[in-house]
Every structure is written in C-alpha cells, then in structure tokens.
Design a protein around this ligand. Structure first.
Ligand SMILES: Nc1ncnc2c1ncn2[C@@H]1O[C@H](COP(=O)(O)OP(=O)(O)O)[C@@H](O)[C@H]1O
Ligand SMILES: [Mg+2]
Length: 229
C-alpha cells in the first residue's frame, strides 16, 4: 500500500506572531518497495516530513494517506496502532535501552504488539540474523560498536515485519565506511523483503545508491531525482 502526502503544510507556532513552516506544500508518493532519501541541511524540514509520515505530528493543511486511509482523521489510539502495525523506526542515536541486551531491545516492541513468547523468540533470532548479529544478542549496547548498535536498532525496526522503515539521519554518528555498510544493509532488506525505506541524510556520498532522492529546502521539496539502481 502506498503512502501519499498531498499539499501538506506543517506550521510550528513559536509565538502568536512567529510562524515557522516545518513543511510547505509537500507532495510525496511512496510506493511499495520504494528506497527514498530526504536530503537537505539542518533545519530544512527532514525530521518534520518523517514525523508527518509516521503520524507523530499532524499536518496543518493537506492530506496524509496510507492505502485509501486518511491518517489525519484517525484518533490518537488509531494512529499509534497504525504506526505499530506498519512502521519501524531507526534514529541517529540508535535509542537502545542501555539496561537491556540487544535481544531484549528487539523483543520490547514485539511484546507491545502482543506476540507469543515462541513467536517473539523466532522473530528476534530472524532479525538478528538479518543484520548479521546472530551471535551478539546477549551483549548490552555498551558492549557494541556504534555500527553494531545501529544494526540492533535496525533489527528492532524490522522484527515486527513492518511495510515501511523511517530512518532519521541513521548514519550521522557513524564513520563513512560503517555508514556505507548500513546503507547496504538497508538495500539488502529493501530488495529481499520489498521493504520500503525512507531516510534522511546530509551525506552526499550515500545518495547515488538511492532510487529516489528528494532535496528538501525551507520545508519544501526543491528537486527530486530518480536513479536506476
Ligand atoms: N517542535 C518545533 N517547534 C517549533 N519549530 C520547530 C519544531 N520542530 C522543528 N521546527 C522548525 O522547523 C524547521 C524544520 O525543522 P526539522 O524538521 O527539524 O529540520 P531537519 O530535520 O531537516 O533538521 C526548522 O526551522 C525548525 O526550527
Ligand atoms: Mg532532523
């Protein structure tokens, strides 16, 4: 099912007079199995667009649809459930719980989704294998490198078998070699499972491998490019 933002504005009001456009007339179609990057400097609106797609914030104007369903007309509970059912998240700073092992970090959202113990165990093993960490499930985040921690967070994001992975600057804290490995892992998961990816970055070196690149400037999509990859 396709995600579609049509004529989406997001206005942040910092005071009665001062309005900031986080997003302005944004139109994005995200078909199944898309591999898309949002590229732009700090403050351009990348996080705002990702949060809109996730339904974490609501547009001030415009529509946000998944399949035929309008996400903006859902209740808070419905949006939360929708997010849990269809989306996985990856962050710049990994956001792993330090007191849980890698495997336990992956388990946590699966428990929220109400899977059985047996199914959780199988999904955690599957997800760890997909990211190449099948032997490191018992380690705590502090016992893993940055790249390994990001792999755990990717395993956590895919373990519930979502349709869409949203990743906000997933390589910003990583050296260029590790950043490249993370993008290759995304590409592998995209190809193998037709999993849709949309991620933000300001790393120009990564974007030749990305099918659709949207350049973001002042809350607007200023340009888009499609590569054959
Ligand atoms: N919660 C907020 N309240 C007010 N302004 C915000 C808020 N979040 C973002 N902004 C503003 O919206 C614009 C886009 O920000 P953001 O989406 O975070 O950009 P990026 O992720 O590309 O750095 C910036 O001008 C930023 O200051
Ligand atoms: Mg941001």
């Amino acid at each position: 099912m396709q995600f579609e933002l049509s004529h989406v504005d997001k206005v942040y009001e910092s005071s009665e007079e001062i309005k900031v456009y986080g997003a302005k007339n944004v139109n994005i179609k995200i078909p199944e199995a898309e591999f898309m990057a949002l590229v732009g400097p700090s403050g351009s609106g990348k996080t705002t667009i990702l949060n809109l797609i996730a339904g974490l914030i609501l547009p001030t104007a415009g529509s946000l649809k998944h399949g035929g369903e309008d996400i903006t007309s859902m209740s808070l509970e419905e949006r939360t459930k929708h997010r849990l059912d269809y989306m996985g998240f990856v962050f710049q700073d990994y956001q792993l719980l330090p007191i849980l092992t890698a495997a336990e970090n992956i388990e946590f959202p699966l428990q929220l989704k109400g899977f059985s113990k047996k199914e959780i165990k199988e999904r955690v093993e599957w997800a760890l294998t997909q990211v190449g960490l099948e032997k490191l499930g018992n380690r705590f985040p502090s016992q893993l490198s940055g790249g390994q921690q990001q792999r755990v967070s990717i395993a956590r994001a895919i373990a519930g078998r979502p349709q869409l992975i949203l990743a906000d600057e997933p390589t910003a804290n990583l050296d260029s070699k590790t950043a490249q490995e993370i993008i290759e892992l995304f590409l592998k998961l995209n190809k193998e499972f037709k999993l849709t990816f949309i991620f933000s970055t300001h790393d120009q070196r990564l974007i030749d491998q990305v099918r659709t690149v949207l350049y973001v400037k002042d809350g607007q999509i200023s340009e888009s490019r499609v590569h054959n990859v």
